[in-house]
Design a protein around this ligand. Structure first.
Ligand SMILES: Cc1cc2nc3c(=O)[nH]c(=O)nc-3n(C[C@H](O)[C@H](O)[C@H](O)COP(=O)(O)OP(=O)(O)OC[C@H]3O[C@@H](n4cnc5c(N)ncnc54)[C@H](O)[C@@H]3O)c2cc1C
Length: 406
C-alpha cells in the first residue's frame, strides 16, 4: 500500500472519532451525567466559543456571561441543597470544567472555583450560624469570591505566611499582603488566611471571610499575565488593620491551614478537568487543521509524522480523562482512601498533558499555530498555568512520593 492510500485509509478509520471530535465519554457516566455534559457542551459552543479569543486578547471580564453561570448554578456549585444551592457532585463539576475549557480556561475555572472559595471552607469548618449567614447569599449565584493564601514569601511553602490577625475585643484585626489572587479585582469577598496565634507554621493559621468593601482593604493593580485572561483577573491585596467580626473566622483558631489544604485537595480534580479541556480543545483544532491544510500536494494529516503526534496526543488525553473520572467517582461515592495522592496524580498528569498537547498542536499548525488568529496559541499559554497553580507540579510529585514512602 502506497503512502497516499495509507493516508486515505487512516482518515476513513478515524471518521467516527472525528465526528465525536471530543474524546471518549467515560463508560461509568450516569444518564444524568451524560445529559448534563450535553447541556454544558451546547452552552459552551453557544456562549463561550464565540468570545474566548476576544476576552483573552482584550483581557476583558465577560460580565455578560458570568450571571448566566450563576443562573445555571455553576458559580455556587457546592452550596448544599438545604440552603438553596445545587450541591453538585465532583464528577459533574469536572464535566462542566472540561467542556468549558475546550474553549476558554478562564471561564472554565469560574465554575466551582469561585463560589467554592467560600462554600468549601464553610462546608469543611463553618458553624451552623455561619452556614445560615452565608450559604443563602452564595446560593443566589451572584457573589464573587476569591481565595487568598499566597504571599510574597509564602508560595509553595504556604505555611510560612505572615499576614496577622490580632484579637481585639469581639473582633479580629487583619494586617498583611496577599499576592496573585484570582478574581481579586472583581471579588465581593475574599477568604484570607492569617496567623492568629503563636503556634508555629500551619498550626498558627486561621481562615477569615473578609468583605472586600471594608476599610483597610486595598487591591493592587490588575496583574498582567501570560494567559488565563478574561474571566479570571488577578491582583494582589493589602490589608491594613482590617476589622472583621469574630464570626468571620471559619473553623477554630489555628484550623485554617487544614481547611485550605482540604479545599485544594477538592479543587485538584477540577483543575485537572480544566487542563484536560484545554488539551482536548487543542487536539480538536489540530485534527481539523491537519485535514484542511495541504502541503506537498496533500493534506498534512496524511503525513505519518503528524499522525503519530496526534495519536500520542489522543492517548495522553484519554489516560488523563480515565484517571480524572476514576478519582471523581471515588470522591462522590465517599471512597477517600488514597484520595490525596490520586488527586495529586491527576492534577500533574492532566496539566502536563495540557502543556504537551497544546505545544504539539501549535507545532501541527506550523506558523499559523504561532499566530493569535488561531486558538492554539492561546491554549498553549493557558496550559502553562495549570502546571503552576493549585500547588505546582513539583509539589504534587512531593505529595505522591510522600504517600508512596509513608
Ligand atoms: C495565574 C495565577 C493565579 C493564582 N491564583 C491564586 C489564588 O487565587 N490564590 C492564591 O492564594 N494563590 C494563587 N496563585 C499562586 C500560586 O498558588 C503560586 O504561584 C504557587 O503555589 C507557587 O508559588 P510561587 O509562585 O511562590 O513559587 P515558588 O514556591 O517560589 O516556587 C518556585 C519554583 O520552585 C519549585 N519548588 C518550590 N518548593 C519546592 C520543593 N520543595 N521541591 C521542589 N521544587 C520546589 C516550584 O515548583 C516552582 O517551580 C496563583 C498563581 C498564578 C500564576
Amino acid at each position: 500500500m502506497g503512502p497516499v492510500a495509507l493516508g486515505k485509509c487512516f482518515l476513513c478509520a478515524m471518521a467516527p472519532f472525528r465526528r465525536r471530535n471530543m474524546g471518549f465519554t467515560p463508560i461509568h457516566f450516569s444518564e444524568e451525567d451524560r445529559i448534563f455534559q450535553d447541556q454544558i457542551r451546547r452552552f459552551a459552543e453557544r456562549e463561550v466559543a464565540p468570545i474566548a479569543d476576544e476576552i483573552d486578547h482584550n483581557d476583558r471580564f465577560p460580565s455578560e456571561v458570568i450571571p448566566k453561570f450563576g443562573e445555571m448554578g455553576l458559580l455556587q456549585w457546592s452550596v448544599p441543597e438545604a440552603y438553596g444551592g445545587p450541591e453538585g457532585s465532583l464528577t459533574m463539576l469536572c464535566i462542566a470544567r472540561e467542556e468549558l475549557a475546550r474553549y476558554s480556561l478562564s471561564l472554565s475555572v469560574m465554575v466551582g472555583e469561585n463560589g467554592n472559595g467560600m462554600a468549601l471552607p464553610l462546608l469543611f469548618g463553618g458553624t451552623d450560624a455561619q452556614k445560615q449567614k452565608y450559604f443563602p447569599m452564595l446560593a443566589e449565584g451572584k457573589t464573587l469570591v476569591a481565595f487568598a493564601l499566597s504571599e510574597p514569601e509564602a508560595g509553595s511553602d504556604a505555611a510560612a505566611l505572615r499576614t496577622r490577625a490580632v484579637r481585639d475585643g469581639d473582633d479580629w484585626r487583619i494586617t498583611g499582603n496577599k499576592i496573585f489572587v484570582t478574581c481579586g479585582p472583581v471579588a465581593d469577598y475574599v477568604l484570607v488566611f492569617a496567623r492568629s496565634n503563636d503556634a508555629p507554621r500551619a498550626k498558627g493559621v486561621s481562615a477569615f471571610i473578609v468583605d472586600t468593601s471594608l476599610p483597610g482593604v486595598t487591591r493592587g493593580a490588575k496583574n498582567k499575565k501570560m494567559g488565563y485572561n478574561g474571566a479570571t483577573p488577578n491582583c494582589d491585596f493589602f490589608f491594613e488593620d482590617v476589622r472583621v467580626p469574630a464570626d468571620a473566622m471559619i473553623g477554630g483558631d489555628g484550623e485554617g491551614f487544614a481547611i485550605a489544604m482540604k479545599c485544594m485537595e477538592f479543587n485538584r480534580p477540577a483543575m485537572s478537568a480544566s487542563a484536560l479541556g484545554i488539551a482536548q480543545g487543542a487536539l480538536d483544532q489540530a485534527v481539523s487543521f491537519a485535514k484542511e491544510r495541504e502541503q506537498f500536494g496533500k493534506p498534512i494529516a496524511e503525513f505519518q509524522g503528524l499522525q503519530f503526534m496526534m495519536a500520542d496526543m489522543a492517548m495522553q488525553i484519554e489516560a488523563a480523562r480515565s484517571l480524572l473520572f476514576e478519582v471523581t467517582k471515588r470522591y462522590d461515592s465517599g471512597e477517600m482512601e488514597g484520595y490525596g495522592a490520586l488527586s495529586a496524580m491527576v492534577k500533574t498528569l492532566a496539566s502536563d498533558t495540557a502543556m504537551k498537547v497544546t505545544t504539539d498542536a501549535v507545532q501541527i499548525l506550523g506558523g499559523y499555530g504561532y499566530m493569535k488568529d488561531f486558538p492554539v496559541e492561546r491554549m498553549m499559554r493557558d496550559a502553562k498555568v495549570t502546571q503552576i497553580f493549585e500547588g505546582t507540579n513539583q509539589i504534587q510529585r512531593m505529595l505522591i512520593a510522600r504517600d508512596l514512602l509513608k
